[in-house]
Design a protein. Structure first.
Length: 85
C-alpha cells in the first residue's frame, strides 16, 4: 500500500496498525517512495543470544573437523611434480 506523506499524517495510527499486522506500507513524497513502515522485532533476551552463539560455535567446530584443511583443499588440481595435472 502506498500513501503520500501528506495523507499519512491524518491516518498514522491506522497505518501503524496495518504495518504491525504485516501489510507493507510505503510513504511517498511527490510520487516517489520515501519510507517504508515495518514492525520492530522484539529484542532477544540474553539467554537466547547466548544459546544462538553457542550453537554457531559448535557448528563451526564440527565443520572444521569434518573436512580437509584450507591449505590442502586444492591439492587435487596438481600432480606429484607440483604442476597442474
Amino acid at each position: 500500500m502506498q500513501v503520500s506523506v501528506t495523507d499519512a499524517k491524518g491516518q498514522l495510527t491506522e497505518l501503524v496498525r496495518r504495518a504491525e499486522a504485516g501489510d507493507e506500507i510505503v510513504l511517498t513524497r511527490h510520487g516517489h517512495a520515501a519510507v517504508r513502515l515495518v514492525p520492530v522485532k522484539a529484542a532477544t533476551d540474553r539467554k537466547s543470544r547466548r544459546a544462538l552463539l553457542e550453537a554457531a560455535r559448535s557448528a563451526s567446530a564440527a565443520k572444521a573437523e569434518a573436512g580437509p584443511s584450507a591449505a590442502r583443499s586444492q591439492d587435487f588440481l596438481y600432480g606429484d611434480e607440483g604442476l597442474p595435472g
